[in-house]
Design a protein around this ligand. Structure first.
Ligand code: ADP
Length: 516
């Protein structure tokens, strides 16, 4: 049967979603394939449909039992012979899988990667007439991602043992993860690669400078009372305090993080799935496997760790296609925290550089001067017109030539041997005779007191934007000390200008600001 007929008759869809047809054709033709599609983009169809077009059985490696069971149930209801071998199986279910395998009627066999380490699994699959391996959530093979599953590393061997085509699927689009997937799953041989449909036009994008985060989140939630939402926070403790604050404000709210008992986490997951209008305050542990189509909003009380993480997290909103809202708060502490996390992590140096780059991309998005969606999509390799559905399209950012204050700030950092954090540098710029300034003799620097046209909060906003533009970076070996990056040199030398956003700076000053 043709793909179009199967799509209609078995899956009940009238048309392919963007990108699906190309992927289906490549996979059905037996090409090694890597498909990158956002969550909710319709990846499963891209291996389920080819599985029906090919002879024999397709093995699907998937990391989550709940997802496997869901898909198997869906397929069975559509009349497809599919089964899963999971630890959650009843004896009858396992029996049914074995007999369908033996009779050659089984078309899709789901299993967790851990199964591959069980004795005999590979031999069993060799006998079973497997014609295709599909790998869901293929980024789990990446050792540096937080979803790393060591058993995913066995998939490469499985592909070689079975000598059949492999199709890998993921929503993670960054280049390093892709390279790792190609390395580990395809032994370095570049597969046919598809990247599609990253735009989620129904999601409104917005960022705000972190001012009083709890009040900002409460205001955002108050305007959406009764709607299901997620608040992501950077720490476990904050999930609890924020949930409490939301409850006190009359919301239905609970918390979720990786330190909770498995059973308590399941209760929250179930409640979120079933109840309307529940807010979950969570760390990123609340993620993969949430399949609730009508999440109306996602807020970040703290800056996510990278542009990919941001995209995945906001992408949980509005999967039903109805309007959804997002708000991401960010401040200098977030930037410092995220940089520190990267620097103190165990990743090798080149990986850390890449992680800084991904954080920079997110900061660039946070401090974007034009349409956020354009900025976001261009990172994923897609072009688009201004979207008309983000805070910057709603109200364009005003910018000003900040070359002079930025040069002052850089000069303060350089003249103090790049040894101090923003607080002390601002004291110098403002000419504050603090004990530390006097003890170090910094009151005799030429930069001392040159920055009085701005107040402390404005300077904080300037420093934050400078970190956002990666002009200054905290030095991992000197706690909090700001070091100038190569991007800053042309500005310091007077060879380049820098524009910064005016709004966060004027907002910082209060009434009647003097901004040049
Ligand atoms: P992903 O695995 O990419 O997150 P899924 O495969 O779960 O996404 O698909 C998301 C939703 O889109 C599912 O409800 C699925 O039934 C639906 N879907 C997939 N393909 C199509 C299509 N061509 N037309 C309509 N709906 C589709």
């Amino acid at each position: 049967m043709s793909a179009a007929t199967l799509l209609r008759d078995v899956f009940g869809f009238d048309a392919f979603r963007p990108g699906q047809q190309d992927i289906v054709e490549a996979v059905a033709a037996g090409r090694n394939t890597l498909a990158i599609m956002p969550t909710g983009g319709g990846k499963s169809l891209c291996f389920q449909l080819p599985a029906l077009m090919r002879s024999g059985v397709t093995v699907v490696i998937s990391p989550l039992i709940a997802l496997m069971r869901d898909q198997v149930r869906g397929l069975q209801q559509a009349g497809v012979v599919a089964g899963a071998l999971t630890s959650g199986n009843t004896e009858e279910e396992t029996e049914a899988v074995w007999s369908a395998l033996e009779s050659g009627t089984l078309k899709l066999l789901y299993m967790a990667p851990e199964r591959l380490s069980a004795g005999g699994t590979v031999q069993m699959l060799q006998r079973a007439g497997v014609s295709l391996i599909a790998v869901d959530e293929a980024h789990c093979v990446s050792q540096w991602g937080h979803d790393f599953r060591p058993d995913y590393l066995r998939i490469g061997d499985l592909r070689e043992a079975l000598d059949v085509p492999l199709a890998a699927f993921t929503a993670t689009a960054d280049a390093e993860t892709q390279a790792e997937i190609v390395q580990k799953l395809f032994a370095g041989q570049q597969p046919a690669t598809f990247l599609h449909g990253f735009d989620r036009p129904n999601i409104h994008l917005a960022f705000a400078a972190k001012d009083s985060p709890r009040a900002q989140i409460l205001t955002f939630a108050a305007a959406r009372k009764g709607q299901s939402g997620i608040v992501y926070t950077g720490t476990r403790a904050k999930t609890e305090t924020l949930a409490q604050a939301l409850r006190e404000a009359g919301h239905l709210a609970c918390h979720y993080h990786g330190g909770m008992e498995a059973e308590d986490r399941r209760i929250v997951e179930r409640r979120f799935q079933q109840e309307d209008g529940l807010i979950v305050c969570a760390t990123v542990a609340f993620g993969m496997g949430i399949d609730k189509p009508d999440i109306r909003w996602v807020a970040h009380a703290d800056l996510p760790k990278s542009i990919e993480a941001y995209y995945q997290e906001i992408g949980r909103a509005g999967r039903d296609g109805a309007p959804a809202e997002t708000l991401t708060l960010f401040g200098p502490d977030d930037i410092r925290y995220r940089r520190q996390q990267i620097d103190e992590g165990l990743a090798p140096a080149d990986r850390r550089t890449a992680d800084h780059g991904r954080l920079n991309a997110l900061l660039g998005l946070a401090e974007a001067l034009h349409c956020r969606r354009q900025t976001l999509l261009s990172y994923f390799g897609e072009t688009s017109d201004p979207c008309g559905h983000c805070d910057l399209c709603d109200k364009p950012a005003e910018v000003f030539d900040a070359t002079t204050p930025v040069r002052m700030a850089l000069s303060a950092a350089l003249r103090t041997e790049e040894y101090f954090g923003a607080g002390h540098l601002i004291d110098i710029l403002l000419g504050q005779p603090t004990d530390k300034i006097k003890a170090r003799g910094h009151d005799s620097l030429p930069t001392y007191g040159v920055g009085r046209d701005y107040d402390r909060r404005q300077w904080q906003a300037i420093f934050r934007q400078m970190m956002g533009h990666d002009l200054l970076r905290p030095d991992r070996d000197r706690h909090g000390a700001l070091r100038m990056t190569d991007h800053a040199r042309p500005i310091l030398r007077g060879e380049a200008q820098i524009m910064l956003r005016r709004d966060t700076i004027t907002a910082a000053k209060g009434a009647g600001p003097k901004v040049h």
